[in-house]
Design a protein around this ligand. Structure first.
Ligand code: WTA
Length: 698
C-alpha cells in the first residue's frame, strides 16, 4: 500500500492546491514532485483499493530474557527444549496429550486420545474420571492434606485458610446437599456467588456429582440471571445473601428473587450467609447453606464420569444478541488447564499463587478453580475491589501473604498506573517471582510499568492469550525460556497450531496482520454452544474449513511472536488502510500523561473512517488543548500520519464490560450517532456514558 506524502496540507482534507512529494511505502519514501488538484486527489483516495490485511506500524525492540536464576529451576528452561516439545505436540498430539493426561487420576483409561469430526471433538474417548476428586481428594489423601488450598481474604479484612483436607470435607458435604435436594448428573445448577471459597466449593460439588454448573458473575443483574436460567434450563440456584464490594453489600439474593419472579422453574435456592443483610426466604424453595450442610455427612463417594461428560456452561457476554452458553466437558478441559497451569506458571510446591479474576469468568474457572487445584497449588483469594480502601490493597495482600505468582488483567494495571506509583512503592513486593496478564492486549508501556514497579525488574511476565471458548491458555511465554517483548503474547503453547490467515485463507507473511486461527483441535476447546450446534459451527468454524477463528486480529513478527491487534470487528479503515485498535491505543498510552485509551473509527467521507480517540489521563495530568495537540503529534510520530487522531476526547473513564474489557462498540456508536442506543446490559458502570458525552462537548 502506498501512502501519499503531501506538503502544504494535512492529508485529511486537501482544500487547496498542494504538492505531492512522493509515496510512502513501508518506512521508505519514493520521492517526486507533483501539483495536486484537490478534487481529483479526493476522488483518487476514495478509489484506493482497501488493504486486505491489517497493517502494523508500531515496532517494539525492547526484549527481555528470563533470568538465569529463574531458567535454571524452570520446567522448560531453554527455547530448544520448548521447540522440541512443541514439535512433538504438533506432530504427535496423541503422544504429548496422553502423557499430560496421565498425570491426572483416571478411573478408566481412554481407548483413543482424539476423535475429530470437525468442528466436533472428543478427547480421551471412553476414559472415565471425576474432575473434583482430581482437584481435591487426590491431594487431601496424600502429603498435601494439610497444605493450604485457599488463603481467603474478605473485603472487610476477614481471613480464612482452607487446607486440601478441609476443602475435601466441604466439597463432599455440599455434594451430599445437592444430591439430597434431588440434583442429578447433567442437571444444570446456576451459581451466583461473591468471590468466597464457597463459590469454588459449589462448583467442585457440582463436578463431583456430575451436575453442570453455570456460574453467573456476581455483578450481573436479575435480567442476566433470567437469560441464563432460560437458556440452560437450570432448576437449582446457589447464591449468598450478599457480597462485599467497595464497602457496600451487593444484594445477590435480592437479585435472584427478582429473577425468580420472571423464571419460575427453579425448585431450590441455597443461600450462603456472607454479609448478614436481610433477605427474603421463600418457604419451600429457599434454604440456608449452613442448615443444609449441618444435616449431611462430610463423606461422599464420588462416581466416575465419561471424559466427555459436560462440566460447565459459561455464558460469554457477546456484544449483541443472545448470550452464548460456552460448553466445556471434563477430561480434555482438566488436562488442558492442568498442563497449561503447570508449565506457564511453572508452579512450585511452595508458591503462593494469586489470580485476581472473578470465578464468574473463564479465568476464574480455569486458573482459580480447575488448573491450580488440579496441580495442588496454594492460592490467595480476595473478595473485593482493588481500591478498597485504596489502590494499595493488592500490594498489601501480596506483602502480607508472600504471594509469589500474580495474575491480573491490563485494565487493572492501567487503573494502578492512573492512581500513582506510591501505592505499590509503599509495600514490599519482593516475594513475587512471576507475573501474568490476561484479558486484553497489554499496552507496551503498561507492560513496562508492571515489569518495573510490580516485578522489580526481576519477574518474567507471561502475557497469556486465550478465550472462554479455548478453555485454556493458547499463546503465552513459558517463563523460563521465552524471550519476551512488551505487548506480545509470544509463542503458542504445546499442541496449539496457531496461525494468521488472510481473507483467502493463506498464511500471512511476517508482520502482515490477519485473522488469528487455530488449525488443530486441543483438549480444552469448547465442545459447542449449549443447545445450538449450528451457531457454534457458524460462529467459530465457518471462515475457513475445519479451522477455528478466534475473532481477533493479529500479526506474527519475524521471530514468530504473536501480537494481538484487537478484535476483528473493531479494526479501523483509514484511507484504505486497516489498522488494529491496539497499536493506536498503545501509542497513546506510551505518552507520559496517558493512563488508558480507546480508539474507534467514525465514518468519514474522504478517508472511509476517521480516527477518534478517548483518553484517560493519569491523576498527575490535566486535559488541555496543548496536550491534545501533543498527543496527536505523538501518535503521528510513533505510528505515522495515517493513524493521527482526527479527534481526541479526554474521558474520566472508559466504558468497559464487567470483566474490564473496553467496549469500543459503544464508543463507535457514540461518535457516529452522538448517542448510545445499543445494548448496554454488559456495561460495568452506566454513569460512564453521560460523563463521556459531557467530555465530548467540553
Ligand atoms: C482478548 C479471557 C490480547 C482477546 C481469557 C480474546 C487478549 C478475548 C488476551 C477473550 C491477551 C484475552 N492479549 N488479547 N493476552 N487475553 N484477550 O472470553 O480479544 O473473556 O479474544 O477470555 O480477550 O475474552 P474472554
Amino acid at each position: 500500500m502506498l501512502i501519499p506524502v503531501l506538503v502544504g496540507c494535512y492529508n485529511r482534507f486537501v482544500t487547496k492546491p498542494c504538492e505531492l512529494r512522493g509515496f510512502l511505502h513501508g518506512s521508505e519514501i519514493f520521492p517526486f514532485t507533483l501539483e495536486v488538484n484537490p478534487a481529483s486527489f479526493a476522488a483518487a483516495i476514495r478509489q484506493q483499493p482497501m488493504s486486505k490485511s491489517i497493517e502494523s506500524h508500531l515496532t517494539e525492540d525492547r526484549e527481555f530474557l528470563p533470568a538465569k536464576e529463574f531458567s535454571s529451576k524452570a520446567r522448560i528452561s531453554s527455547l530448544a527444549q520448548y521447540k522440541k516439545l512443541y514439535k512433538e505436540s504438533i506432530d504427535k498430539p496423541d503422544v504429548f496429550w496422553a502423557r499430560e493426561a496421565k498425570e491426572l487420576q483416571w478411573d478408566k483409561p481412554w481407548n483413543k486420545v482424539l476423535e475429530w469430526k470437525a468442528p466436533f471433538a472428543k478427547w480421551f474417548v471412553d476414559g472415565k474420571l471425576n474432575v473434583a476428586t482430581n482437584c481435591v481428594d487426590r491431594h487431601a489423601e496424600g502429603p498435601r492434606k494439610n497444605k493450604a488450598a485457599i488463603i481467603f481474604e474478605g473485603e472487610p479484612g476477614d481471613k480464612r485458610v482452607i487446607t486440601y483436607g478441609q476443602l475435601q470435607r466441604e466439597v463432599c458435604q455440599f455434594a451430599n446437599v445437592l444430591e439430597k435436594n434431588g440434583v442429578k448428573a447433567k442437571d444444570r445448577v446456576l451459581i451466583y456467588m461473591p468471590m468466597i471459597p464457597e463459590a469454588a466449593v459449589a462448583m467442585l460439588a457440582c463436578a463431583r456429582i456430575g451436575a453442570v454448573h453455570s456460574v453467573v458473575f456476581g455483578g450481573f443483574s436479575a435480567d442476566s440471571i433470567v437469560d441464563r436460567l432460560e437458556d440452560s434450563g437450570a432448576t437449582t440456584i446457589i447464591t449468598a445473601d450478599g457480597g462485599w464490594r467497595r464497602g457496600k453489600v451487593v444484594p445477590l439474593k435480592e437479585n435472584v428473587d427478582a429473577a425468580l419472579e420472571k423464571y419460575t422453574a427453579v425448585r431450590k435456592c441455597i443461600v450462603f450467609k456472607r454479609c448478614g443483610n436481610d433477605v427474603n426466604m421463600a418457604a419451600s424453595r429457599d434454604t440456608w447453606w449452613h442448615d443444609e450442610v449441618a444435616a449431611v455427612s462430610h463423606r461422599h463417594k464420588a462416581k466416575s464420569f465419561d471424559a466427555e461428560h459436560p462440566l460447565f456452561i459459561l455464558y460469554t457476554s457477546g456484544s449483541t444478541g443472545k448470550p452464548k452458553g460456552i460448553l466445556h466437558t471434563s477430561g480434555g478441559y482438566l488436562t488442558g488447564t492442568y498442563s497449561t497451569f503447570k508449565y506457564i506458571f511453572d508452579i512450585r510446591e511452595e508458591d503462593i499463587y494469586w489470580c485476581t479474576a472473578d470465578v464468574g469468568w473463564i479465568t476464574g474457572h480455569s486458573y482459580i478453580v480447575y488448573g491450580p487445584l488440579a496441580n495442588g497449588a496454594t492460592q490467595m483469594m480476595y473478595e473485593g475491589a482493588p481500591n478498597q480502601p485504596d489502590f494499595g490493597r493488592f500490594w498489601k495482600i501480596i506483602e502480607e501473604n508472600a504471594v509469589s505468582i500474580f495474575y491480573t488483567a491490563p485494565t487493572a494495571i492501567r487503573a494502578f498506573i492512573k492512581a500513582g506509583d506510591h501505592f505499590p512503592a509503599n509495600h514490599d513486593l519482593s516475594s513475587l517471582r512471576l507475573l501474568g496478564s490476561v484479558g486484553e492486549p497489554i499496552n507496551p508501556e503498561a507492560w513496562m510499568w508492571y515489569h518495573n514497579k510490580i516485578g522489580g525488574k526481576r519477574c518474567p511476565i507471561v502475557d497469556t492469550w486465550w478465550q472462554t471458548e479455548t478453555g485454556s491458555i493458547m499463546i503465552s511465554p513459558l517463563p523460563g525460556c521465552t524471550p519476551t517483548k512488551p505487548g506480545t503474547a509470544t509463542l503458542p503453547f504445546f499442541g496449539v497450531d496457531a496461525a494468521i490467515l488472510d481473507e483467502a485463507g493463506n498464511e500471512c507473511k511476517a508482520n502482515e496482520g490477519g485473522k488469528l486461527v487455530i488449525r488443530k483441535p486441543w483438549p480444552a476447546m469448547t465442545r459447542s454452544i449449549y443447545g445450538d450446534k449450528a451457531r457454534y459451527s457458524k460462529t467459530y468454524w465457518s471462515d475457513y474449513k475445519g479451522i477455528y477463528t478466534a475473532g481477533d486480529g493479529a500479526r506474527r513478527d519475524k521471530q514468530g511472536n504473536f501480537w494481538i491487534v484487537g478484535r476483528i470487528d473493531d479494526v479501523l479503515n483509514v484511507s484504505g488502510h486497516r489498522l488494529g485498535t491496539a497499536e493506536v491505543e498503545s501509542s497513546l498510552v506510551s505518552h507520559p500523561a496517558v493512563a488508558e485509551s480507546a480508539v474507534v473509527g467514525r465514518p468519514d467521507e474522504l478517508k472511509g473512517q476517521g480516527v477518534v480517540c478517548f483518553v484517560t489521563l493519569k491523576e498527575t495530568h490535566q486535559p488541555s488543548e496543548a496536550l491534545r495537540k501533543e498527543l496527536r503529534e505523538h501518535v503521528g510520530k510513533s505510528i505515522g500520519a495515517i493513524a493521527k487522531p482526527d479527534d481526541i476526547y479526554f474521558a474520566p473513564a472508559l466504558p468497559k464490560t464487567r470483566s474490564g474489557k473496553i467496549m469500543r462498540r459503544l464508543l463507535k456508536e457514540l461518535v457516529t450517532t452522538g448517542d448510545i442506543s445499543g445494548n448496554v446490559t454488559t456495561l460495568d458502570d452506566v454513569n460512564v456514558i453521560s460523563n463521556l458525552k459531557a467530555s465530548m462537548n467540553s
